[in-house]
Design a protein around this ligand. Structure first.
Ligand SMILES: NC(=O)c1ccc[n+]([C@@H]2O[C@H](COP(=O)([O-])OP(=O)(O)OC[C@H]3O[C@@H](n4cnc5c(N)ncnc54)[C@H](O)[C@@H]3O)[C@@H](O)[C@H]2O)c1
Length: 248
């Protein structure tokens, strides 16, 4: 199967590092013009030059609606949206009683609310074109109990999955598909690395033994699934959440 994104414009969030960066680079390598965004401006600088100039890096805070609308107004319309920005925002699992409203909103804001705001911003251009592809990077935490122990993370990721289903029905008649990829454990950010280290040798072995493929995920495992879903090879896959977790 040959996937070619020549002539397509993609918006990829969370592109400073980790999974979002891998997706931005993979889309550009296969021909897309990519607007790669993240709140970490200093970590975006080397992206501009990569993949033959097909990536343009723009810093934005995706919890701020005006940042999103400005980004889409200046660089849209887009054929593809991949929302990978998110994560746990430096938090760790704590008892319910210790969680402040600010802690809650920080995680829900960038994972779930940003999915809604980004979809809202790119949908008009996709409707006009009569086609479009959206993928939200959710998590196994939205399908079951989160290994992080973070209530807001589990809730936000489940929310992204619900939004995926709902938007698929709303936007399908306009030729737009909305899907989600739910990664398993990938050592792609400081939080997942710290979590991995905290398990110790025995805990790491136990975690691997629960994964059918007996290994953790890599950024390319996630990016490859996303590339298929946003390609013209997946026109009738809609409203789905694809676990990419090595098998449980
Ligand atoms: N790594 C894993 O094991 C794993 C597992 C399941 C799901 N996920 C999800 O995959 C996605 C990517 O994870 P990752 O491992 O690449 O993590 P990551 O921390 O490398 O990437 C998240 C990115 O989001 C950006 N971001 C955070 N707040 C932002 C804001 N307000 N505005 C703009 N950008 C902001 C961060 O700067 C960061 O670059 C996340 O949504 C995460 O929840 C990761």
């Amino acid at each position: 199967m040959i996937i070619d994104f020549t002539g397509k414009r993609a918006l990829v969030t969370g592109a400073a590092h980790g999974i979002g960066r891998g997706i931005a680079e993979a889309l550009a390598a296969d021909g897309a013009q990519v607007i790669a965004t993240d709140i970490l401006a200093e970590k975006l600088t080397d992206l501009d030059a990569s993949q033959g100039g097909r990536i343009t890096a723009i810093a934005a805070d995706l919890t701020v609606k005006s940042d999103i609308t400005a980004l889409v107004a200046a660089h849209g319309p887009f054929d593809i949206l991949v929302h990978s920005a998110g994560g746990v925002r430096g938090q760790v699992g704590r008892p319910l009683e210790d969680i402040s409203e600010a802690d809650w909103h920080a995680i829900v804001g960038i994972n779930m609310t940003a999915s809604f705001l980004l979809a809202q911003a790119v949908a008009p251009g996709m409707k006009k074109a009569g086609s479009g592809r959206m993928v939200f990077i959710s998590s196994g935490a939205g399908l079951g109990v989160s290994l992080t122990g973070i209530q807001a993370y589990a809730a936000a990721k489940a929310g992204e999955i619900g939004l995926t289903r709902q938007l698929a029905h709303e936007l399908g008649p306009f030729g737009i598909t909305v899907n989600s990829v739910a990664p398993g454990f990938v050592r792609s950010n400081p939080a997942s690395e710290a979590q991995w280290q905290s398990y110790g040798e025995e805990g790491q072995k136990a975690l691997l033994s629960r994964i059918a493929m007996r290994r953790l995920g890599q950024v390319s495992d996630i990016a490859n699934a996303v590339l298929f879903l946003v390609s013209d090879k997946a026109p009738w896959i809609n409203g789905q959440t694809l676990p990419v977790d090595g098998g449980k």
